[in-house]
Design a protein around this ligand. Structure first.
Ligand code: AMP
Ligand code: ZN
Ligand code: FE
Ligand code: FE
Length: 276
């Protein structure tokens, strides 16, 4: 059984529409996917529609940007009801803040003599707008060689036109997901944190209501996976995993490309989601 519980669509910064993602999952022999777009659940309904009757299971998820002190963290919520009104309203508020942040970053770029218009960036973002779209606009306007160059010179963390995104606290993210019936895992823990920082941070994250850990991820090597599996077991946390597929935005990442043990679906918020 092929399972991929971390995927992005054009509802955020992926390059496949939800229907295209479903098509690709079926073509590549994936049995269960979770859609985990950044701060939006807008892709889930049309993915489910496209998957209806095909045997592909589409689980609802969302990858929430959160913060804890100086750390920017990604949290994966699963088991949520994507039609929940409060969830939609809060996510919409966050989208408005994201847009403001990008507009302010474009102001900073203008101050550097780099003229990229909001309309150019917005046209690249079919869903949630973010730095990847700014990077793409910078490339298209000839200010950067490629998106990596755009991040390095202009908008990467600490670069001259970088602004942090407005973020939920971990407790707010947990409440948001919990009110919509779900639970929250820390996404790709060893991407944003060292082992040491993770262990130091975990008690506070647990106290804020975090119950799961993402163990399997395209950028976690075998040693990271082993470490995180043990940590999750020791902490009595549920675990999850996926490719973090973004389509052509991350060409090296294949849908279903990270092997996830099927037992994943028997724990945490997946039990209820699979029973629906
Ligand atoms: P945002 O949420 O708008 O701050 O954008 C974050 C996204 O930008 C991440 O999901 C990454 O895919 C991408 N990103 C961050 N840093 C870099 C980098 N140095 N090079 C390329 N992409 C990056
Ligand atoms: Zn992304
Ligand atoms: Fe992430
Ligand atoms: Fe992701």
């Amino acid at each position: 059984m092929t399972i991929d519980l971390h995927t992005h669509t054009t509802a955020s910064d992926g390059t496949l529409t939800p229907a295209e993602l479903v098509y690709a999952a079926r073509r590549d022999g994936v049995d269960v996917i979770a859609i985990t777009d950044h701060d939006t659940v807008a892709g889930i309904a049309s993915a489910r529609e496209a998957a209806a009757g095909t045997g592909l299971r589409v689980l609802a998820g969302v990858e929430l940007a959160a913060r804890r002190q100086r750390y920017g963290l990604h949290l994966l919520a699963y088991g949520i009801d994507p039609t929940d009104g409060t969830l939609a309203a809060r996510l919409h508020e966050l989208a408005t803040l994201r847009e403001e942040r990008v507009r302010n970053m474009l102001e900073l770029l203008r101050g550097l003599g780099v003229a990229v218009r909001w309309e150019q960036v917005a046209a690249l973002a079919r869903g949630t707008v973010g730095r990847p779209h700014v990077a793409q606009a910078l490339v298209e306007a000839g200010y950067a060689r490629d998106t990596g160059d755009a991040f390095a010179r202009y908008i990467g963390n600490g670069s001259p036109a970088y602004l942090p995104s407005a973020r939920l606290t971990v407790a707010e993210a947990v409440a948001l997901a919990g009110d919509a019936g779900g639970a929250v895992a820390l996404a790709h823990p060893l991407l944003s944190l060292s082992r040491r920082a993770l262990v130091a941070l975990l008690p506070a994250l647990r106290a804020a209501g975090l119950t799961g850990l993402e163990v399997y991820h395209s950028e976690h090597d075998a040693a990271a996976v082993r470490y995180l599996r043990e940590l999750a077991a020791e902490q009595r946390m549920w675990w999850t995993g996926g490719s973090d597929f973004h389509g052509a935005a991350k060409p090296d990442v294949r849908l279903g490309g990270v092997a996830i043990p099927p037992e994943v679906l028997a724990q945490g918020p997946f039990q209820g989601a699979m029973a629906d």
